[in-house]
Design a protein around this ligand. Sequence first.
Ligand code: ZN
Length: 427
Amino acid sequence: MSLLIKNGLVIDPQNHTEAVMDLLIDGGVIKKAEPEIVAPDAEVYDASGKVVAPGLVDLHVHFREPGLEYKEDITSGSHAAAKGGVTTVVCMPNTKPVVDNAALVKYVINRGKEVGLINVLTAGCISKGQKGAELSEIGELAAAGAVAVSDDGRPVVSSSLMRKALEYAKMFDIPVFSHSEDLELVDNGSMNEGYMSTVLGLRGIPKAAESVAVSRDVLIAKQVGGRLHVCHVSTRDSIEAIRAAKKCGVHVTAETAPHYFTLTDRACDGFNTNAKMNPPLRDEDDIAAVIEGLQDGTIDAIATDHAPHHRDEKELEFEQASNGIVGLETSLGLGVTYLVKTGKLTLCQLIEKMSTVPAQIIGFDRGTLGIGKIADIVVFDPDATYTVDVSKFESKGKNSPYDGFQLYGRVDMTITGGKIVYRNTEY
Ligand SMILES: [Zn+2]
């Protein structure tokens, strides 16, 4: 089947393209991108006024399969991704059991293929059982298709183990995704330490719990090499540590999540457990630092840390509630609304951080609309608004602090491998 997308604003950061033109997809690949393409046999989609961009690549999602399918599974997660314009995800391995062997890596990848909506990739564990003691067989994980290693959900407490992980992962040319957190500094805190934690009477988590761990990780990477990728960066000091490391030539990349440039810890007011996450929501100064980091390239990517939970795990006292929010169905809208419409980033820069660069970080040949490339595409309207309604989420998780928000950047169509996997029929 061939598809002709007409008159869209085609944005391809990798090829420095940003122009209104037509795009012809045939045999699953991009055949042509030029004005006024004639293709009599193709299905025609009119994208006037819309953006045609490479499908989003989300480096950090929790699809909860195997073992925690009551929260999410690869089917529901894939549908949520497709609805959000996301055509590739990297699943974190903190499932039940954890993905610390080749068989489970293959299981996740194959389940994604069976569902057949998006590219479901996975990280494997850094340590066996995510226990932080013994390195997993990183070579076997990589051979089975793991695109990274991570103990996400938990930090690698042992500096020596982090060193070994970077050294081994380097041999197989995959990055180490670090959930950088100093658990002693966290000290059972449940939200950012500051005015709001005092008001709410909750134990706070100091910003240093993140920045101390990020600093350690970049210093180890500086010493031993390897590719360090810092997950969900949320504080000014973490960003400054990464900026300084990049200046010294350390191979470090970083991601942040939309909640770290859109919300502060004030969202926890009223003990709102849908604003409880790890790292916790910070303050205005950190939001400013995250945006500066995105602007100057210190932060390479925007990932969602999509973390679905069952309602019962959120309808608890704040301290007891699970950490995390769902993000796949709001990430593009939040990026367009809070970064592009405010003039902080251009549309091209946003797409670079949500597609092109994350694809490069994991060495996956996507994130571009080059001729001959596999047609993973998102078509969205940057000027159309929509209201977030969690009851309509494809994700099993409804734990989002954005319910009722008006956002720009409505996703109208998502294409994976030349196949339409989502079409917005609501307008
Ligand atoms: Zn994490």
